[in-house]
Design a protein around this ligand. Structure first.
Ligand code: ADP
Ligand code: MG
Length: 375
């Protein structure tokens, strides 16, 4: 990697990468012990590394233009802030799990957009983890990578993410989405080969400002927890669809709608998995669109830019469309015929211009593979 050579004046011992992800369906279900269905995207974060001369991790990121030196004394939460915390958190989490990660010089490049909801943070932690595990010869099964990377984000960086992002970034397979049970950790790789069906998945970044997202996320989480408590359930995952009407009768109107989103969204994930197992990709379209309506009307986490993108994509012929990610901005997915991708994206761009919104960006996502050694 040229960045490694420029910064450290020699060749790296190896190069590793890990992808960003989008969630096909299953939004705000993770913290309710429910189901999600992410797939890895072709955009990746790449880490070139070699053993360091001294007891330090020296890390350069092309995306920030900065170099940060992390010492052993920095391996405690709060010692490193900003982007380098995502790097320092990984050897910290490895040590906490009883491993001895090697000291490295690291150079990082990424084509995952930062902070767009495509999980550049997990791509970064998982790529760094891959380098540390390989160069250190650490005895850490691939199945255990997501928990280590999650611990780095949750406890070192202080970012409250579930296990989805790190699981997708480490374990996804090309041409498959990953069905993940957030309670048991069980995973199934479900066929999702868009090109074989002459289909494309547009990912449209609304570029809407993410205002209030953190506070609203905390509020949704709290209302799910209090609803589960009122209903005497361990988590909303345990509320069966047929018991929903009776349960809603015991909750205030707003909380009832929040609960309805979670219960119906879990059911939609299961139905989506069924369709994909049966080889019907266009069959998931109505489920995607229903998921969006539920996020808009029941969970109330969409914004005008996002709703405009979904409505316009559907009007332009998409089989289904929905916001993906935590909400209040971020990206929209639209399932379209491969040869219609450009036209649908142009229609969304035009609709944004008409309403005076910042122009969206977009790309075609295919389901890519998880963290890997590149060289
Ligand atoms: P997302 O994961 O959706 O992109 P997050 O807010 O979880 O958004 O993570 C984004 C943060 O992760 C950035 O602000 C930055 O601190 C860090 N980050 C991600 N990728 C890189 C990178 N290549 N170089 C430096 N920092 C990065
Ligand atoms: Mg993130």
């Amino acid at each position: 990697m040229k960045e490694f050579h420029e910064r450290f004046g020699m060749e790296p011992a190896g190069v590793w990468s890990a992808p960003g992800r989008v969630n096909l369906i299953g939004e705000h279900t993770d913290y309710n012990d429910g189901f999600v269905l992410p797939f890895a995207i072709p955009m990746r974060t790449t880490v070139a590394a070699r053993p360091a001369d001294g007891p330090f991790w020296t890390v350069y990121s092309r995306e920030t233009g900065e170099t940060v030196v992390i010492s052993e004394a920095d391996l405690r939460p709060g010692a490193v802030n900003g982007w380098a915390a995502y790097v320092a958190g990984v050897p910290w989490a490895l040590r906490a799990a009883g491993h001895r990660p090697p000291f490295l010089d690291l150079a990082i490049t990424s084509d995952v957009p930062l902070g767009a909801g495509l999980s550049s943070s997990a791509a970064l932690t998982c790529a760094v983890l891959a380098a540390l595990v390989d160069l250190g010869g650490l005895d850490l099964s691939r199945d255990d990578w997501p928990a280590v990377a999650q611990r780095a984000e949750n406890s070192y960086v202080g970012a409250p993410t579930g296990i989805m992002d790190q699981s997708a970034s480490t374990l996804c397979r090309p041409g498959h989405a990953m069905f993940l049970d957030c309670r048991s950790g069980d995973r199934e790789h479900v066929p999702f080969a868009l090109a074989e069906h002459d289909l494309a998945m547009l990912v449209i970044d609304s570029r809407a400002p993410h205002s209030h997202a953190d506070g609203e996320y905390a509020a949704r989480r709290a209302s799910c927890e209090s609803a589960a408590q009122t209903l005497g359930l361990r988590a909303l995952r345990d509320l069966a669809a047929e018991d929903l009407p009776a349960a809603c009768g015991r909750l205030d109107e707003v909380t009832a709608r929040r609960v309805r989103h979670v219960v119906t969204e879990n059911a939609r994930v299961l139905e989506t998995v069924e369709k994909l197992r049966g080889g019907s990709v266009t069959g998931i379209g109505p489920l995607l669109t229903a998921s969006h309506a539920s996020m808009r009307d029941d969970y109330e986490i969409t914004v005008p830019e996002i709703d405009t993108a979904v409505e316009t994509a559907l009007a332009a012929g998409a089989y289904g469309a929905r916001m993906t990610g935590g909400g209040f901005g971020g990206c929209v997915l639209a399932l379209v015929d491969a040869d219609a991708a450009e036209r649908v994206a142009d229609a969304v761009t035009a609709a944004f211009a008409e309403r005076g919104f910042t122009a969206p960006t977009w790309f075609r996502a295919v389901a890519a593979g998880g963290a890997t050694r590149e060289a």
